[in-house]
Design a protein around this ligand. Structure first.
Ligand SMILES: [Zn+2]
Ligand SMILES: [Zn+2]
Ligand SMILES: [Zn+2]
Length: 182
């Protein structure tokens, strides 16, 4: 490491130890070792840079997602799908909506950045999109429940309806063509 970067590293360390922003060394830290002002300007620079390099930006986000998926096991916890392109992070108890409502940043890039940074959580798991959506729609993925949707009540309903119409017709003709519904 060069002398310059070594001294910069030490300076940052000193600032961090005394609870000051590692960038300006003046304001107190709010989060991520920086003060509100410095983090905001850093973010603005990043945003401008991201707009100039969309492909790099897209890959960067994919890399964050990939790191998180790998951290959480790297394969679908239900079907074992290992290809990252198919995988996502699932809330085991289906309470992702609650988390997002309480904290707007609990989604998208900032959420994945946080998951990568923070300790592994026990309420999250890796699922493929198929298993994730099936779990959401049917309570349990068909891989696990081994069941299929039972459509027989629908046919029963239709049969009842047909029977009902039949009875109505019989009733109507029963009073010599006088239509009750008119
Ligand atoms: Zn600062
Ligand atoms: Zn799966
Ligand atoms: Zn499944």
């Amino acid at each position: 490491m060069s002398k310059k970067s070594e001294s910069r590293r030490r300076l940052r360390q000193e600032r961090q130890q005394s609870g000051l922003c590692i960038h300006c060394g003046v304001e107190p830290v709010c989060e991520l070792k920086g003060c509100e002002k410095c983090l905001a300007s850093k973010k603005a620079v990043q945003k401008r840079y991201a707009a100039k390099t969309p492909e790099r930006n897209r890959l960067y986000f994919l890399k964050i997602r990939k790191d998180v998926v790998e951290k959480y096991g790297g394969v679908c916890a239900c079907c074992g799908e290992p290809r990252f392109e198919f995988l996502t992070i699932d809330h085991v108890n289906n309470d992702g909506g609650v988390e997002r409502k309480a904290d707007q940043k609990a989604q998208g890039r900032s959420w994945f950045l946080r998951l990568r940074r923070e300790e592994k959580r026990s309420d999250l798991q890796v699922l493929c999109w198929n298993c994730n959506l099936a779990k959401l729609h049917f309570g349990e993925c068909p891989h696990k429940s081994g069941t299929q949707v039972d459509f027989s009540p629908l046919t029963l309903d239709r049969r009842r309806k047909v029977q009902h119409e039949q009875q109505k017709e019989d009733g109507a003709t029963g009073v010599q063509g006088f239509c009750l519904s008119a």
